[in-house]
Ligand binder design. Structure first.
Ligand code: GSH
Length: 223
C-alpha cells in the first residue's frame, strides 16, 4: 500500500509522520513549499479544498484533517490507541477529539491571534487563549493522574501523545516570551511528552524533520 504524506517539517504533518513511523507502515514524503504557492496549486486543492496540510494520499483516496488521519491509520493498522471494541475506546475518542476540536484551535489562537480576531483585538485574544490553553492542559494533567490511560502514557507511544507533542512545542517555543506555554505546572503531561521524545519512531522523525534534541519538552525558540 502506497501512502504519501504532503509535508513540511514541523508543521502539522509532522504529527502524521510520527504516527506513520510508529505503526511501521512505509510511506512517501511529498515536500511542499508554501512560498512557491504549492498550497494553492489546483492538484493540491483537489486533495484538500482548504489548502492545508496534513494530507495523506492513500489507495482509497486522499484524507485530510489531523484527527481523521490518525483515526484512519489506527483503524487500518493499529498501534496508536484503542480500536472499535477494545477497552477504553470511548475515552480515547473523546480526548482525541478534545485535542482536535478544542486544544488545537486554542494553540493556533495563542500563536496567531490576529487570524482569529484581526490585528486590533490580537493582544486580548492571545491573553484569553493563553488562559484557556492552561485550563485545557490542566484537564490533560488530571486525565493522566486520575485515569492513567494506557493510550496516553509514558509506557508507549500513541496518537494523543504525538498530536500534543507537536502542538505544544509550537507554543513552548513561541517568540513572545510572555505567552510561552510552560510544562512546569503539569509534571504528568511533561513526563508523557518526555517519554514520547525517546521512542524509536519519534527519534527517526526528530532526525528527519530536524526538530532538535528535546523537541517536545524544551524546543528551541524559533527567532
Ligand atoms: N484542522 C486542520 C488544521 C490544519 C492546519 O492548520 N494546517 C496548517 C499547517 S500546521 C497549514 O496547512 N497552513 C497553511 C496555510 O495556512 O496556508 C487539521 O487538523 O488538519
Amino acid at each position: 500500500m502506497t501512502l504519501t504524506l504532503y509535508h513540511i517539517p514541523d508543521w502539522g504533518s509532522s504529527i502524521i509522520r510520527l504516527a506513520l513511523e510508529e505503526i511501521g507502515q512505509p510511506y512517501e514524503i511529498r515536500l511542499l513549499d508554501w512560498d512557491a504557492g504549492d498550497f494553492d496549486a489546483p492538484d493540491f486543492r483537489a486533495l484538500n479544498p482548504q489548502g492545508l496540510i496534513p494530507v495523506l494520499a492513500t489507495p482509497e483516496g486522499p484524507i485530510f484533517e489531523t484527527a481523521a488521519i490518525l483515526l484512519w491509520l489506527n483503524e487500518r493498522f493499529g498501534g496508536l490507541g484503542p480500536r472499535e471494541g477494545e477497552p477504553d475506546r470511548l475515552a480515547f475518542l473523546s480526548w482525541l477529539f478534545f485535542v482536535a476540536n478544542t486544544l488545537h484551535p486554542t494553540v493556533l489562537a495563542v500563536a496567531y491571534p490576529h487570524r482569529a480576531a484581526g490585528e486590533e483585538a490580537a493582544p486580548e485574544t492571545r491573553r484569553l487563549a493563553f488562559e484557556r490553553l492552561n485550563q485545557q492542559a490542566a484537564m490533560l494533567e488530571s486525565l493522566i493522574t486520575t485515569k492513567s490511560p494506557a493510550w496516553f502514557s509514558s509506557a508507549r507511544a500513541g496518537a494523543l501523545g504525538y498530536y500534543l507533542a507537536i502542538l505544544l512545542r509550537w507554543v513552548i517555543a513561541l517568540p513572545e516570551e510572555a505567552y510561552r506555554f510552560s510544562l512546569r505546572p503539569f509534571p504528568a503531561l511533561h513526563a508523557v511528552l518526555a517519554a514520547h521524545e525517546t521512542f524509536p519512531a519519534a527519534r527517526r522523525v526528530i532526525a528527519a524533520d530536524a526538530l532538535g534534541p528535546h523537541p517536545f519538552t524544551t524546543p528551541v525558540a524559533v527567532p
